[in-house]
Design a binder for this molecule. Structure first.
Ligand SMILES: Nc1ccn([C@@H]2O[C@H](COP(=O)(O)OP(=O)(O)OP(=O)(O)O)[C@@H](O)[C@H]2O)c(=O)n1
Ligand SMILES: C[C@](O)(CO)[C@H](O)COP(=O)(O)O
Length: 233
């Protein structure tokens, strides 16, 4: 007799519906050229190099009219279901994954389009650490600098104990059903998937990655990303 048990699959979900306000580029930062390709192309290439990921879904803004010209021949799934916040874009993507056959038990690795220096081996390390974990987890980096809390006038209000602090990165890997419920409960206040899952009383696993997995956020970050990519060639 053959077993019909569902084997969970792994999907990647890339929110790419932001406007990149802080980056100050002429258009959305995911299309800014880095080393000859749009930033988003580097991000998707890293995920495509992880064989355990069954498929990647890119979430675009409904108004996006650049993707097909910028990434011709891209084999990732694409859905123009982005929302006003990152959390809404991720929720739109999770609903799209369901429409395409994903179920509650499948794993979803949510990864920022803006973290284009991702390396496949970091994704593999995350999967290895989480695929048999009850909760799931995220890539992160222990904080190395002394941490200051600041007031609106840019004066220090406190020095924060950094000993147990980690900077959260992506991918963040959770079961589809759980992360969807968590984000629905927390709404746009969720700046990442882990914080929504934490609000359910759960403790996601922290998997150390690298500072190279930084999020291109400010104008000077494009220069850093270009240099790092050039150094990898
Ligand atoms: N409504 C939104 C906002 C953000 N994102 C995505 O979430 C990731 C992380 O967000 P962030 O770095 O803040 O990107 P932007 O929102 O584009 O930047 P900014 O906040 O400076 O406008 C990015 O890949 C971005 O495209 C999204 O899909 N939908
Ligand atoms: C998800 C994230 O990259 C983890 O550090 C981060 O929270 C995104 O924040 P942003 O407000 O969208 O820049």
């Amino acid at each position: 007799m053959t077993s019909s048990a569902h084997v969970p699959r792994l999907f990647a979900l890339v929110p790419a519906a932001g406007i990149g306000e802080r980056a100050g580029a002429a258009g959305p930062k995911q299309y800014v050229d880095i080393g000859g390709l749009p930033m988003l192309a580097h991000t998707l290439a890293a995920l495509a190099a992880v064989p355990r990921i069954a498929q990647t879904l890119v979430v675009l803004s409904p108004a996006d009219d650049r993707f097909e010209a910028a990434l011709p021949g891209c084999t990732a799934w694409v859905a123009r279901v982005g929302g006003a916040s990152r959390a809404e874009s991720v929720l739109g993507g999770l609903a799209e994954l369901r429409r395409r056959g994903a179920t509650d038990d499948d794993w979803v690795l949510v990864h920022d389009a803006a973290r284009c220096l991702l390396r496949p081996e970091w994704v593999d390390a995350l999967i290895d650490a989480c695929e048999h974990d009850d909760v799931g987890g995220l890539l992160a980096q222990p904080v190395a600098d002394t941490l200051k809390a600041g007031d609106a006038d840019s004066r220090v209000s406190a020095t924060v104990d950094r000993r147990d602090k980690w900077a959260a990165q992506t991918p963040q890997m959770f079961r589809l059903g759980r992360v969807e419920r968590a984000l629905q409960a927390m709404g746009a206040a969720a700046t990442d998937e882990a914080s929504a899952v934490e609000a359910l009383g759960l403790r996601p696993r922290l998997v150390r990655a690298s500072m190279e997995n930084f999020k291109v956020t400010w104008p000077e970050d494009f220069t850093l990303a270009n240099r790092l990519l050039a150094a990898r060639r």
